[in-house]
Design a protein around this ligand. Structure first.
Ligand code: AVJ
Length: 331
């Protein structure tokens, strides 16, 4: 939970929320920043470059699983469904689902925190899938957001949560998110989740410490963004990207380490750094097919299918919402 340490007033705008979250994170011990703020236009573009790096296998593995099982996946999507993608970014993966199930989908609703990204993707998707209504929603998926009317009117809503975005949540938050998704999607819902799998530490460490330094740039862009939007005075050369696999907790941790003792001004506040002190910017949890299935089951979903790639690096799982306890006895 983010404490509003410096204000009794609730933040109103996205900018006020960003300011409150950044100040709360930088005055906490240890210091931390929420990973959702990586994705301004600059950060979203850097993330796209990450997905193409030789060391960063998740995107390629997931695309390959989706292509290989596209027909099976389409078979699990009911006629007249709306596909709701949580944290869509570029809609590359949705294109595979749309390609296989366009005749069954009434609407595609990409939901993302980066408006520039989804508006552009929507404009590019429409001519390719004229029979599917593309209805982008700009929202923070960790908060409640209303679905467009056409999606609510669809026969069934199918959630699509690819990319191992679920890995950014603490395990208990992942469970809360899946439960929340069930509430948003409603009766009969299906959910397609993509998650990065536990594997050799060397493979994981390489994926978050690429030779070209794009991941370091992506991490440091958070400070650049604070400089741009919150009148920050971070010197990017005085911070260093650290990423490592924490085996006990099955997660990659990303940090920004201060290379020296320094003071930084952010939104009018002074923040002190000790030499070597870090800001914890991201956790990327890794699951097994079973551990993800257990989290989903605990959140009210029943597994329908699970697929992995040849090396078992990544998995796609499909779930069905378990009916709420019926109010009347079965006929
Ligand atoms: C978008 C959260 C899935 O955890 O692999 C990539 C973000 N961070 N490289 C991930 C990320 C550093 C990515 N997710």
């Amino acid at each position: 939970m983010v404490a509003l340490a410096r204000s009794r007033r609730l933040p109103q705008s996205a900018e006020e929320q960003f300011t409150a979250d950044v100040l709360a994170g930088l005055t906490a011990a240890p210091k931390r920043l929420p990973p959702k703020y990586f994705y301004d236009a600059e950060g979203s573009a850097l993330f796209e470059r990450i997905t193409e790096l030789p060391e960063y296998y998740p995107t390629r593995c997931e695309m390959q699983i989706l292509r290989e099982h596209a027909r099976d996946l389409a078979g699990l999507i009911p006629q007249g469904s709306a596909l709701i993608e949580f944290g869509s970014g570029s809609s590359k993966k949705a294109r595979i689902v749309l390609g296989a199930a366009a005749d069954k989908l009434a609407a595609y609703v990409p939901v993302d925190i980066c408006r520039e990204m989804i508006e552009q993707e929507a404009a590019e998707l429409r001519p390719d899938f004229p029979q599917v209504k593309v209805l982008p929603v700009t929202a923070d998926i960790t908060q409640m957001f209303p679905l467009p009317g056409e999606a609510k009117a669809a026969a069934v809503r199918v959630g699509f949560f690819p990319g191992s975005t679920i890995g950014n949540f603490e395990p208990h938050e992942a469970a809360a998110f899946l439960r929340h998704a069930g509430k948003i999607l409603g009766p009969g819902a299906r959910l397609i989740v993509g998650a990065d799998l536990i594997k050799a530490a060397e493979v994981l460490n390489a994926a978050y410490n690429d030779a070209q330094g794009v991941t370091a740039k992506f991490n440091l862009n958070l400070l650049a963004r604070i400089n741009r939007e919150l009148s920050g005075t971070f010197k990017l050369a005085s911070f260093e990207h650290h990423a490592f696999y924490n085996r006990e907790r099955s997660r990659i941790e990303m940090h920004l380490a201060s290379l020296k003792r320094q003071k930084v001004k952010v939104a009018g506040e002074m923040v002190d750094f000790r030499a070597g002190e870090t800001i914890h910017t991201e956790n990327s949890y890794k699951y097994s097919v079973e551990s993800l299935g257990a989290v989903a089951r605990g959140a009210g979903w029943r597994p329908l299918a699970a697929w992995t790639d040849a090396r078992d690096y990544f998995c796609i799982q499909v779930f069905e919402l378990v009916e709420e306890r019926p109010l009347r006895a079965a006929e």
